[in-house]
Write a protein that binds this ligand. Structure first.
Ligand SMILES: CC(C)(COP(=O)(O)OP(=O)(O)OC[C@H]1O[C@@H](n2cnc3c(N)ncnc32)[C@H](O)[C@@H]1OP(=O)(O)O)[C@@H](O)C(=O)NCCC(=O)NCCS
Length: 188
């Protein structure tokens, strides 16, 4: 269990040497965002494919991605992935059409269960918004499961509101996720 006692949670860009620790954190935290219909095996299969150390290594080195990490005393206690590309899904693009562009996606946002309710997510979100603004993004959007009420409450207090819906396929399931978005104050 990582220490979150210090009260200080440095957040910054991840480096390639963080990839393995991020994969470990992601395997632990991804199931927490899944609705009850998702089995342990289905969540583990997704994590092994999309949240492996190799996958994180690719995200960290991709110019169109930003990986941010909140560091505990020894291990990462939170991470976020920004995607700096417009959505390819026309349903999402339509939901975002009235927002100032360019739009960036907050594709992943997870904190260790020991860090929930301790301000780590807020510190991570502050860095996410700043990083997105530094790229010149005018808006930030994300998808969240309709049953994930804690995340929805957190995003609401972080300035996001519901702008539409999107489908999220996972194993044999197709979930009807909410699309949330907020405007930014882009640099320059
Ligand atoms: C989403 C997440 C990053 C938020 O971080 P956090 O530290 O839990 O967030 P906070 O405690 O600051 O805020 C959560 C809010 O939801 C509230 N909340 C808790 N359980 C809730 C529930 N079942 N229903 C509604 N609101 C709830 C909390 O009271 C809090 O609101 P408050 O500050 O007004 O009291 C974290 O919970 C997490 O990593 N969850 C698992 C992974 C996940 O779901 N990621 C998002 C994927 S889209």
């Amino acid at each position: 269990m990582p220490s979150t006692e210090s009260g200080s949670f440095p957040v910054g860009p991840a480096s390639p040497t963080d990839a393995a620790a991020l994969a470990t954190l992601a395997a632990l935290t991804f199931p927490l965002a899944c609705p009850p219909a998702v089995t342990e095996d289905e969540a583990a299969e997704f994590a092994a494919r999309a949240l492996s150390a190799d996958a994180f290594s690719g995200y960290i080195q991709n110019e169109a991605r930003r990986v941010l990490i909140a560091r505990g005393a020894a291990e990462p206690i939170g991470y976020a992935l920004l995607v700096l590309e417009p959505p390819s899904d026309p349903l999402i693009a339509a939901a975002l059409a009235d927002l100032p562009g360019p739009v960036a996606e907050l594709s992943k946002f997870y904190t260790h269960p020991a860090a929930h309710g301790r301000g780590v997510a807020s510190a991570l979100m502050t860095s996410v918004l700043q990083a997105a603004e530094e790229t010149g993004a005018g808006s930030l959007w994300l998808g969240v499961n309709g049953l994930n009420l804690r995340a929805q409450a957190f995003y609401r207090k972080s300035g996001f509101s519901v702008v539409g819906r999107k489908q999220f396929p996972l194993g044999p399931h197709v979930f009807d996720d909410l699309v949330l978005a907020r405007t930014l104050s882009p640099a320059g």
